[in-house]
Design a protein around this ligand. Structure first.
Ligand code: XMP
Length: 534
């Protein structure tokens, strides 16, 4: 896609397949609207086989051009008989690429090839015992009776000609079917979800034994090849990166620094809403005394932010101000640097998938990168991590030698402590929340709980209440502790932290942090709560 900016016509989001994949072999997930599309891709990648998710609207010619080693049809919420249900041109079954259909995908295969799909009166849902035929390559090393995860109402009542049934349940006469000659396989159940006990074996069997993959997707080679590729692309051009200190932008920055060294400038804006010591920690890693070769600019913009946030209590207005101010600060720095050739974005694969799966990645909506392309003069965006899942970004980070504490950092929102302080943000409140959060994190780590909790932090309620300390009456703030377990950050459960740890944290915060006389623990889940307080 061509776009104009600052008088320059540049190629913003076009990515060649070579840039995307790097692996020599690829398995394609064809997305029919199932909730597990990303999960299937991740599971395939866990087999060291590179996997991409594409929408079911991709044309067969394009698939032939991409030449995947195998195609996996995902599940989906529809019935094949719905008028609006997604179908796929039948020629896909004749191009010789192995296919595995899952759930809706399996019904679509049966329906498209002349089998019969029926609607059951009762849905089959949850853990289900299935009997498999171990002469199928899919199930060769699987127990004859194994537990799988079912979630369907329609089922395959009659398999198409040339197919044979390879698994059954009392409800589902063709819980799996195949036509080995045509390399077409199908399972009504979901091998990708962890409730299917031997699902990973089944996927492995498909990608290795049916598709003949060699398994060349390894983070070490990704990193090496990516560095080489960036070097070739950038030549002696200038590169600019907005560094937040989070996992994605840190890994992207180190990758670029290894590739082009001092042609890279990283701008790190300390907005005064970071966790205690965080600004210095980022500087220690990326600054002049750190191990990487790059130009590092730290902008200490704390006072500017506090000024702008004075008297503002509305959460959305606060977010907006923090975002806008970031762009302004970044713009000033970018002006000093002058025109650059490339701008680095820490976009990752879920962002690409969620932004519509087109050939173009929409810029991450994260506030501190979202507005940049409009204000910086550049020719092209580099998104070195756009095909990686979060766990792969972390692996790439470790390959690059980034310290573990940075690689396994908890998610931290772009607007930082600004949305963990309810109501107006002041320098004093930032101090309180930084100190309290530091104590909380320290005690969680001491108790050995840090790796087991999804996200945890202290926030500052806007509530002040009466207390007594020594012989004095106090009227101070209440700190709220939050800890959640989550796999996708869309839903979350409150984490059950042992009482003795909570007592210790509470007592330390009240004793050590001036201005606090109460500590509360937030037990709400998401929904209806959110993880952050604002
Ligand atoms: P909520 O509060 O919506 O948070 O349940 C879900 C996850 O997203 C993070 N979060 C953000 N991350 N910019 C970000 O980069 C933001 O504005 C933002 N708001 C929330 C939050 O920390 C949690 O992990």
């Amino acid at each position: 896609m061509l776009a104009k900016h600052g008088g320059i016509t540049y190629n913003v989001f076009k990515h060649t397949e070579e840039e995307n994949g790097l692996a020599r072999e690829m398995v394609m997930v064809l997305d029919f609207g199932g909730q597990y599309n990303q999960l299937i891709a991740r599971r395939v990648r866990e087999c060291n086989v590179y996997c991409e998710v594409h929408p079911y609207t991709i044309r067969p010619e394009k698939i032939k051009e991409l030449a995947p080693k195998g195609i996996i049809f995902t599940g989906g919420p529809n019935s094949v008989y719905d008028e609006t249900s997604p179908h796929y041109p039948k020629e896909i079954f004749d191009i010789g690429i192995p296919i595995l259909g899952i759930c809706y995908g399996s019904q679509l295969i049966a329906y498209s090839l002349g089998g019969e799909v029926k609607t059951a009166l009762v849905s089959e849902y949850g853990h289900t015992e299935v009997e498999v035929d171990r002469t199928s390559v899919l199930f060769g090393d699987v127990e004859e009776t194994t537990t799988v995860w079912m979630s369907h109402t329609d089922y395959i009542a009659r398999v198409p000609e040339g197919f044979r049934v390879t698994a059954r349940t009392p409800v589902c006469p063709a819980a799996a079917m195949e036509c080995a000659e045509r390399k077409i396989y199908a399972t009504q159940f979901h091998p990708e979800v962890m409730h299917t006990k031997e699902g990973q074996k089944m996927l492995r069997n498909f990608v290795y034994q049916v598709c003949g993959c060699a398994g060349d997707w390894k983070m070490g080679s990704f990193v090496e090849e990516k560095i080489h590729q960036i070097r070739e692309k950038v030549g002696d051009g200038k590169v600019l990166c907005a560094l937040s200190g989070g996992v994605d932008s840190s890994v992207a920055a180190v990758l670029l620094s290894k590739a082009v060294g001092r042609q890279l400038t990283c701008v790190f804006v300390d907005h005064g809403l970071l966790r205690k010591n965080e600004g210095d920690e980022v500087e220690a890693v990326f600054g002049p005394d750190g191990p990487y070769e790059l130009n590092f600019i730290r902008v200490n913009a704390q006072q500017r932010y506090y000024e702008r946030l004075k008297g503002v209590a509305d959460p959305e207005t606060k977010r907006k101000i923090i975002g806008e101010e970031f762009i302004r600060v970044f713009e000033e720095e970018a002006r000093k640097i002058g025109a650059v050739d490339y701008l680095v974005q820490g976009t990752i694969y879920p962002d690409v998938i969620e932004s519509g799966l087109g050939e173009s990645a929409v810029i991450k909506s994260h506030h501190n990168v979202g507005g940049l392309p409009d204000i910086v003069d550049f020719k092209e965006i580099i998104e070195p991590l756009r095909m990686l899942f979060k766990d792969e970004v972390r692996k790439a980070g470790l390959e690059l030698g980034i310290p573990e504490y940075l690689v396994y950092r908890q998610p931290f929102p772009g607007p930082g402590l600004g949305i963990r302080i309810i109501g107006e943000v002041t320098e004093e409140k930032v101090r309180i929340v930084q100190e309290a959060d530091y104590i909380y994190r320290e005690e969680i780590a001491k108790a050995g709980l840090d790796k087991g909790i999804g996200q945890y932090f202290a926030g500052l309620t806007n509530m002040r209440s009466v207390g007594v300390m020594g012989d004095f009456r106090t009227y101070d703030y209440a700190v709220a502790l939050r800890a959640v377990n989550t796999s996708d950050f869309m839903t979350a459960e409150c984490a059950q932290i042992p009482y003795e740890v909570l007592f210790k944290v509470t007592s330390r915060i009240i004793n050590e942090v001036k201005g606090v006389n109460r500590v509360l623990y937030d037990l709400s889940s998401k929904p209806p709560g959110t993880i952050e307080f604002e």
